[in-house]
Design a protein around this ligand. Sequence first.
Ligand SMILES: Nc1ncnc2c1ncn2[C@@H]1O[C@H](COP(=O)(O)OP(=O)(O)OP(=O)(O)O)[C@@H](O)[C@H]1O
Length: 255
Amino acid sequence: MPHPPSLATQNLTLRYGRKVAVENVNLTVPAGKITALIGPSGCGKTSFLNCLNRLVELTPQAKVTGQVLLGDVDIRSIPVVTLRRRVGMLFQQPNPFPLSIYENLAFPLREHGLRDKVAITGTIEASLRQVGLWDEICDRLKHPALALSGGQQQRLCLARALALKPQVILMDEPCSALDPLSSEIVESLMRDLRGEYTLLVVTHNLAQARRIADQTALFWAVDGVGKLVEMGDTEQIFDQPQDDLTAAYVTGRKG
Ligand SMILES: Nc1ncnc2c1ncn2[C@@H]1O[C@H](COP(=O)(O)OP(=O)(O)OP(=O)(O)O)[C@@H](O)[C@H]1O
């Protein structure tokens, strides 16, 4: 398996109309590592994430300046369908399609040009095994995905992303809508993905960031504008923060 690329932003600024949501962010998400993005509500974490696979372009008044590099390639030069396959995303609320479990994975595979039924079925099984769902649901692949539990739905959504063989996976608070046991399962899956994928995970759960992330980045809204305050090894961010805001946030004194 080739090493996944890093993802880096250079002077990334995002405006919604006149509102500056994120300003001048220079952040490198290292290849094959887990990076946690932390910070108080409204500091621009989701907005930033949405720039990285150009999902933000679906918001009419959004305007992005600066660059996002996947490896050394500017993402604007990658066709958006290809980009979204290479940079998968998992949302806070599991969002399976209102289709069968099988079709949730088969549909995007067909959309991306896979026609061979044996190959599709093989990929579906491999992806469901990768997220530990195969044994739980292999006898009801034709059942509606929406009948699964929240935790199973989230794992199905991860399997759907993995089926497309992404290089990077963006996760926006992937555990916050889940019960503790499901949350633990998803967290352990993230650990399994380390190395093979480049992961950027937004989390409000500082203990989770500490447990899973190699690197941690703190965002903060300064006068309403989201900025990157500090980025470093997770241990350093939590134990020896360089910035006063980081120290205040990770010790619960602010935010
Ligand atoms: N479509 C939009 N139009 C205008 N402003 C927006 C839009 N989406 C987000 N914002 C604003 O941009 C800022 C950053 O929002 P964002 O959701 O990215 O923050 P966040 O850190 O992800 O927050 P949370 O942790 O609560 O999810 C906020 O002030 C928000 O109100």
